[in-house]
Design a protein around this ligand. Sequence first.
Ligand code: NAD
Length: 301
Amino acid sequence: MATQPTAVLRGFSSMAARFSVLGVVGAGQMGSGIAQVAATASLDVILSDVDQRALDRGMQTIKASLTKFVTKGTLGQEEAEKIMKRVQTTTTLEDFHSADVVIEAVAENEALKRRIFSELDKIVAKEAILASNTSSISITRIAAATQRPERVIGMHFMNPVPLMKLVEIVRGIATDDAVFEDTKQLAHWLGKTVCCSKDYPGFIVNRVLMPMINEAFYALYEGVASAQDIDLGMKLGTNQPMGPLTLADFIGLDTCLAIMRVLHDGLGDSKYRPCPLLVQYVDAGWLGKKVGKGVYNYSKL
Ligand code: NAD
């Protein structure tokens, strides 16, 4: 791990007694990435999923990502093995009783998240922080499913977590100042840069990004251009690392649709209505790269 600035180290070591065990709920694209960066930052990690196959896939993803760092020479083989050993897996939330902070990263579904927070609230110590990696859902509403709304916060990592620098921190209406400061310190300890948002639908990043992706689907739906030309135009024309339709496949079309629905319902403006083509792809189970098919086909990769 890179050397941490002294001020951050001092700040974190004063929290270290409380923040040595980090729980992650959901071992998908985001949960496995969060587990990896936490273990790389020397925290003991408990990674949970309802699905044992998702846990196995998550651990494989972590291993493959660490192997890339070893191949590039930015991480030693021995350190990579130590990082893997810091991650324990479980299929039950009961195992989170020792966690000092839990980051939830299950599907973008408010009812599911509220149920998980309500369960976690009964399991983890009362001083533990409960964070959600939600892309768009109200932290205030998730927090209201617990008896500790002041200890609930949004910690929105970007995909892929080990490579992307940003964490967007979102305060619910009841979030404590101390919890906000501790969460910022934790994000810094994980090597991330923080931006802070108030609790409005989509926060900063997805309020701006997702309407662009949705508009790219409208352009495809209306036959303005092929998917390849839309992506090429946006990639080279606006200097982005990839086009919006490719990015949507990376994010997951189910997640994109869920975020558009949160924006549409929460902001009440028809400009956020999800594109029918995006809806149809999700209905077909074309969820993007994670299932081998989305706008593009990944089955041969
Ligand atoms: P994913 O579909 O890859 O993974 C979700 C995982 O949650 C699955 O493995 C599923 O089995 C598991 N799960 C479902 N119910 C569960 C439960 N009750 N207990 C434990 N695990 C359960 O999704 P993802 O892309 O990792 O997204 C997860 C969250 O992160 C969403 O809220 C999403 O909006 C957010 N997010 C996603 C991205 C992205 O680019 N994909 C970026 C930032 C934030």
